[in-house]
Write a protein that binds this ligand. Structure first.
Ligand code: GAR
Length: 191
């Protein structure tokens, strides 16, 4: 079937402010996409409420109820295929993607990470940045591969840490993310 708008699923585990920025950009006509689904591994996450308000279906699962990642990813894959999702957009989804989804969506899974990769991959990237006394903090959008934040970099923005405490760095990172992610997705989808 030919869809005019690129159909995406946003995966999130928490607040979902990046989901919100994407949904708002779609609404404003700045991002030519349709958010077909929100997928979360945390059924109580704020992102579920945000999805509801935005009129987007959400799909929650509890990983510990499955014997393996393969089994829950198979279930997600079926749901994505049913909704004809073309791209998977990770936005604060705090799990590694496994082979089932990587193969089904080869080169069509992207992630946003709060550091200037390849520096500070993994958990608490902002904490890592501060603890290392790094000169710059920032944000990276990248393709997802089997590694932890190791895929090909698509876009990146950085700023000097000097004069900012952790809260200010976090705030600046979110500001950048909410612009950079929708804009990068728009570029990718119009290629
Ligand atoms: C974002 O800052 C995102 O970069 C980060 O989680 C936050 C989610 O915020 N992702 C990672 O750390 C992935 N390793 P949000 O739920 O408000 O969009």
């Amino acid at each position: 079937m030919n869809h005019k708008l690129t159909r995406i699923a946003v995966f999130a585990s928490g607040n979902g402010s990046n989901f919100q920025a994407i949904a708002d950009a779609v609404q404003a006509g700045e991002l030519q996409a349709e958010v077909a689904l929100v997928v979360t591994d945390k059924p109580q996450a704020v992102v579920v409420e945000r999805a509801k308000k935005a009129g987007v279906e959400s799909f929650s699962f509890i990983p510990s109820e499955f014997d393996s990642k393969q089994l829950y990813e198979q279930m997600i894959k079926e749901k994505l295929e049913e909704l004809e999702v073309e791209w998977v957009v990770l936005a604060g989804y705090m799990r590694l993607i496994g082979p089932v989804l990587l193969e089904a969506f080869e080169n069509r899974i992207v992630n946003i990470h709060p550091s200037v990769l390849p520096a500070f991959p993994g958990k608490d990237a902002i904490g890592q940045t501060m603890a290392a006394g790094a000169e710059n903090a920032g944000v990276t959008v990248h393709f997802v591969d089997a590694g932890m934040d190791t895929g090909k970099i698509i876009s990146q923005e950085s700023f000097p840490v000097a004069g900012r405490d952790r809260a200010a760095v976090e705030q600046k990172i979110h500001e950048i993310e909410h612009q950079l992610y929708p804009a990068t997705l728009q570029q990718l989808f119009s290629r």
